[in-house]
Design a protein around this ligand. Structure first.
Ligand code: G6P
Length: 497
């Protein structure tokens, strides 16, 4: 049984951690911040608390850093032997199978409904071997968390670590465990694509936690449905609780938002200003439809480009007057489907520019080189933001751009993004599969009267800032308080209207 062990040090576990190392020619290591929204959100939390962050070495340079540091311990700034980070030196073959083959090629595909089912997936002996490695990788995290001194609470992040809560609860009875899912959750009929034993193991693994958090009520409800239908667990929908094999897991919704002050401060830096000037110069006064994504199949970039093409066909008045700025940054390039997807995007972009471009006007500016400052510059200048994922846990781009937009941007948003829960009333919602509807929504966004666009954008910005990472994290910790303590869900930040 879990003891009420709150206060004091908190353990965080995530695959990607706050440090990313590169090795110089002489073997010297330099550390920089790990990438991605999950890391930047958690970093602001880790900097202020007594935290030990357990994460995997992702590259060879990370592995060298883990071996050089005593027991893989580093400061948050990368100092060997510091407190704050424990970098796990997981064997490369185990890491590759767990991260690339299982987490990103199977679990990600299931939760985002990405399979073309006549052909894939095919679960044979190779998958069973990969699954064994996934178990080993989760066990390495559980062992590191179980032996970390002085902590009564662990907050475990995402689908990579879905087996950790049960493993950790067995190794260290009494520790309070939260698990947080940053992806959507598939409905039972789709979740059943996983081999039966694997699907059960994932659910049972997560139910080792005392609290399971999600970004949207839709995903939380789908998880409850899976627990009931697949495990036969006792689910109380009203209280959002699951009882399974004598253990109670509460299920909560924690809709992560943006730290508006931090983002605005970053956008005021000279590098962003320079890029905004360069982008304004390059697009020569055209209206801007902006999208910023990591190149993940779930982001639906191909249909987004097709919708822009259809806009130029059905609404030819926009030719020469609108530029689509599409940033599609590399992601998970070890997974073949991702590499092929980037090539498809580049090919389609070239076709559109070939078809409609003139000596004075480039319809589409596609950039695949990651530049955070340039992304912020595009948010500042956007007239329309296009966010059309097939499915997305939240999508923070939809929350960031309205906060930075200089003239108020209209947001065309997939109804399948978690962000649609909060932004749906002021964004223009689209079915992400419907290219024609997306093209029409882009047109509606472009012709929206200025005053309406500004008003909607202000409201979108206000809502987006309501749950900055610190508050989001505190909500998960509060949910680990023993029953009878004050209301665990903190109120949203007061945001100036
Ligand atoms: C996005 C997803 C998260 C995921 C993260 C990992 O932020 O929303 O669910 O944990 O990517 O990305 P990575 O680059 O580490 O594979």
């Amino acid at each position: 049984m879990s003891a009420p062990a709150t206060g004091g040090r908190v353990l965080i576990a995530s695959n990607r951690g706050p440090l990313s190392f590169t090795a110089g020619a002489g073997g010297q290591l330099s550390a920089r911040r790990g990438g991605g929204g999950l890391v930047s959100g958690l970093l602001s939390v880790a900097a202020e608390r007594d935290v030990l962050w357990v994460c995997a070495a992702l590259s060879d340079a990370d592995r060298v850093a883990a071996r050089r540091a005593p027991d893989g311990r580093l400061g948050l700034d990368g100092t060997p032997g510091g407190a704050g980070v424990r970098l796990l030196d997981i064997p490369p073959a185990t890491f590759d199978a767990a991260y690339n083959k299982v987490a990103n090629s199977v679990l990600w595909f299931v939760q985002h409904l990405l399979y073309s089912t006549p052909h894939e997936p095919q679960f044979g002996a190779a998958f069973q071997r990969d699954w064994d490695e996934f178990r080993r990788y989760n066990a390495a995290f559980a062992a590191a968390l179980a032996t970390a001194p002085g902590a009564g609470r662990a907050v475990v992040q995402d689908y990579h670590l879905s087996l950790v809560p049960r493993m950790l609860a067995e190794l260290r009875p009494g520790i309070r465990i939260a698990h947080f899912t940053h992806t959507p959750w598939a409905p039972p009929d789709y979740f059943r694509i996983l081999p039966d034993a694997v699907g059960r193991e994932v659910l049972e693994g997560m139910l080792g936690a005392d609290h399971a958090g999600f970004l949207s009520l839709r995903w939380a409800d789908a998880f409850l449905d899976c627990c009931q239908e697949i495990l036969g667990a006792a689910v109380d929908r009203t209280a959002r609780q699951v009882r399974y094999r004598g253990h109670l897991t509460t299920v909560g919704v924690h809709p992560l938002g943006v730290d508006a002050a931090e983002l605005t401060g970053r956008a005021a830096q000279p590098d962003v200003q320079e890029r905004a000037a360069a982008l304004a110069g390059a697009t020569r006064g055209a209206r801007l439809i902006v999208r910023v994504d990591r190149t993940e199949l779930s982001k639906n970039i191909i249909r987004g480009l097709a919708a822009f093409r259809e806009l130029l066909v059905t609404r030819p008045q926009w030719r020469g007057k609108v530029t689509h700025v599409a940033f599609a940054y590399p992601s998970r390039t070890d997974v073949p489907e991702y590499r092929a997807y980037t090539e498809d995007i580049q090919r389609l972009a070239a076709v559109i520019n070939e078809e409609f471009g003139t000596p004075d006007w480039q319809p589409l500016m596609l950039e695949v080189f990651d530049d955070f400052a340039r992304s912020l510059a595009a948010y500042v200048l956007a007239d329309v933001l296009l966010v059309n994922p097939i499915r997305d846990g939240m999508n923070l781009v939809a929350k960031e751009a309205p906060i930075l937009s200089r003239h108020g941007c209209a947001v065309v948003l997939s109804a399948e993004a978690g962000a649609a829960d909060e932004l749906g009333s002021e964004a223009l919602l689209v079915n992400p599969y419907d290219i024609s509807a997306t093209a029409e929504a882009l047109h509606a966004a472009l012709v929206m009267p200025d005053a309406e666009r500004v008003r909607r954008c202000q409201e979108l910005a206000r809502v987006s800032a309501a749950m900055p990472p610190r508050r989001w994290f505190d909500g998960q910790l509060a949910a680990l308080e023993p029953p009878g303590e004050p209301d665990p869900v903190p109120a949203a930040d007061p945001v100036p209207a």
